[in-house]
Design a protein around this ligand. Structure first.
Ligand code: NAD
Ligand SMILES: O=C[C@H](O)CS(=O)(=O)O
Length: 498
């Protein structure tokens, strides 16, 4: 299957518009069945140096191309992605494991982002303001930063890359992209799309390799002016401190410990459905996945019944089989981490009422599958209710009031997404004000972000920047203030003659 979809048996780096071989490589494994899909290069810092050299030259010319023309390339990228959507989705399912309908949804996010950023090429708004002196004009404008580095995770291998690379390219930067080694095919496909769309050589460069080699070299390269990173908390914090030492701009999107609040007046069928897909969709491997349910004690039992019934109906297996709704875990290390937290949850005294084990019978043994898991009677300070597990594990935390629900929601170190199910309009507005997360949903689950809104979180989820939306342009542009004096004489500002 992989060979018919993917022409290459080994991927190459994409540098200066050339497909460049690398000596060292490793296998990319389909997490659904353990089959090798392709070989991916393991490059080193010297490849990053070469990519930055060509990117620097390419960026100088690219920045001079009028932004509406840069946007036309993005429009063509969107069109090509649309044409190739099914192929991209199938390859994405193979390398990442997510089920086809989710893979199609992820590719669609990228398509949406391409068309949205193509529009930004005709805006890239700055400001004009009245000047303090007569016959003087003042304005501000966005300028590209130069060569920017993007480092992306395996769980959304194409969408997140489009959130970062599309605004960067439309704004006139050149990009060095290091994708996750587990999911390199989307990077290969997207680079081919840019090539076919006519992006000048060197504006987008893909360098494959380990984070400790390629990622680290990017972080330390003096000519990469921005690092935009999505991934784990530990890696992000290290990158931030290294960038801090160099005064390098860094944008971080990291983990989440997202909660759904279910109040006593909620539509419980709706809430249960929203929770099931937020917690177990993508096998819980979304940064926005719900891993806590904060439920009013009066409806706890009725919600639990509905959740158990929903879990029963989940069909698990290879995502290419469209009858399956939940796919595998990315790799063995991911499975082991989930198992560790099941043990921790039991020891902490939470009640395991569903799942809690690796699926190993029959075809499951070829891949990495974990049964959708539900703990009840969890306490807010338990580790399973505080730490990111990144798997299909949900903990129910009973509370007595709306105020307590908000407090529990906010009582974690992360702040990405949260949701509340209630039919009380006053609570809706209080919740959207008081929930300390970058994303808030009302009467919907915690996942399913739309690309024209800013994506990111508060507290330990990030460092104040946002992916996606027009706000993503802030990461990849510098503001320039411009004063034009047309008085014909030297006017000195800030001279107080009184
Ligand atoms: N908030 C968000 O927007 C968001 C979205 C998706 C995923 N995530 C988070 O991503 C994590 C899962 O992704 P992951 O396991 O791929 O994360 P990870 O941190 O292990 O890897 C992310 C990327 O960083 C690279 N990397 C690793 N070490 C590096 C180093 N020393 N220097 C530079 N780069 C390095 C990796 O190779 C990969 O490309 C989860 O914690 C999840 O919550 C967050
Ligand atoms: O990380 C990318 C996803 O789009 C997040 S969400 O689950 O759709 O919100």
């Amino acid at each position: 299957m992989a060979e018919t979809l993917l022409e290459a048996k080994k991927l190459n780096n994409f540098i200066g518009g050339d497909w460049v071989e690398s000596n060292d490589s490793t296998e990319v494994i389909n997490p659904a069945n353990g089959e090798t899909i392709v070989q991916v290069p393991l490059s080193d810092g010297s490849t990053v140096d070469k990519a930055v050299e060509v990117a620097k030259k390419a960026q100088k010319d690219w920045a001079k191309v009028p932004a509406p023309q840069r946007a036309e390339v993005m429009l063509e990228v969107g069109n090509l992605m649309k044409q190739r959507k099914e192929r991209l989705a199938r390859l994405l399912t193979m390398e990442n494991g997510k089920v086809l309908e989710e893979a199609r949804g992820e590719v669609q996010e990228g398509i949406d982002m391409a068309f949205y950023m193509a529009g930004e090429g005709r805006r890239l708004f700055g400001h004009t303001t009245p000047a303090e002196l007569p016959n003087k004009f003042s304005m501000s404008q966005r300028c590209p930063v130069g060569v920017v580095g993007i480092i992306t995770p395996w769980n959304f291998p194409i969408a997140i890359a489009t959130w970062k690379s599309f605004p960067a390219i439309v704004a006139g930067n050149a990009v060095i992209w290091k994708p996750a080694t587990e999911t390199p095919i989307m990077a290969y496909e997207l680079a081919k799309i840019f090539e076919d769309a006519g992006l000048p050589k060197g504006v987008l460069n893909v360098v494959y390799g380990k984070g400790s080699a390629v990622g680290d070299a990017m972080v330390h390269h003096g000519d990469i002016r921005v690092i935009s990173f999505t991934g784990s908390d530990v890696t992000g914090r290290n990158i931030a401190s290294e960038c801090g030492k160099q005064l390098k701009k860094v944008s971080l999107e990291m983990g989440g410990k997202n909660a759904v609040i279910v109040m006593d007046d909620a539509d419980l069928d709706l809430a249960a459905e929203g929770i099931i897909w937020s917690a177990y969709g993508t096998s819980g491997q979304r940064c926005t996945a719900a891993s806590r349910v904060i439920v009013h004690e009066d409806v706890k039992e009725r919600l639990e019944e509905r959740l158990l019934a929903g879990i029963e109906k989940l069909t698990i297996g290879d995502g290419l089989d469209e009858t399956n709704k939940v796919g595998p875990i990315i790799n063995k290390a991911g499975l082991e981490k989930i198992q560790k937290y099941i043990q921790i949850g039991k020891e902490e005294g939470a009640k395991l009422v569903a799942g809690g084990y690796v699926l190993e019978d029959g075809d499951f043994a070829k891949g990495h599958y974990f049964a959708p898991t539900l703990f009840t009677d969890a306490k807010p300070d338990m580790r399973i209710a505080q730490e990111e597990i990144f798997g299909p594990v949900l903990s129910l935390i009973p509370v007595k009031s709306f105020e307590e629900a908000i407090e529990v929601n906010n009582g974690v170190s992360y702040g990405l997404s949260s949701s509340i199910f209630t039919t009380d309009a006053n609570r809706v507005f209080q919740a959207q004000r008081d929930l300390d997360t970058g994303i808030v949903y009302v009467n919907a689950g915690t996942t399913g972000a739309e690309i024209h809104l800013p994506f990111g979180g508060t507290k330990g989820t990030g460092n104040g920047h946002r992916d996606s939306g027009v706000q993503a342009l802030d990461v990849f542009t510098e503001w320039k203030a411009v004063y034009v004096d047309y008085s014909g004489k030297l006017q000195r500002a800030q001279i107080d003659t009184e």
